[in-house]
Design a binder for this molecule. Structure first.
Ligand SMILES: [Zn+2]
Length: 67
């Protein structure tokens, strides 16, 4: 009987940890992938790929220069 209890606890922990990991994976992109808008052409781009000039964002060097 003791082995069955251990297996049941092990399965329970497996499902709980699995659910926690899945939730974390879904939430991570929302935090790290912030969208910003190019001030020149209004295109939406990822903040990490955007060029920043002061408080404004641009999708490319050309649009940064064309401001
Ligand atoms: Zn642009």
């Amino acid at each position: 009987m003791r082995i069955l209890v251990l297996i049941a606890i092990g399965l329970l922990l497996y499902f709980i940890i699995g659910n926690l990991l899945r939730k974390n994976k879904k939430q991570m992109p929302l935090i790290s992938e912030q969208m910003v808008q190019c001030k020149h052409c209004k295109l939406h781009i990822l903040e990490k790929e955007a060029l920043k000039s002061g408080d404004d964002y641009y999708c490319s060097q050309e649009h940064l220069d064309a401001k």
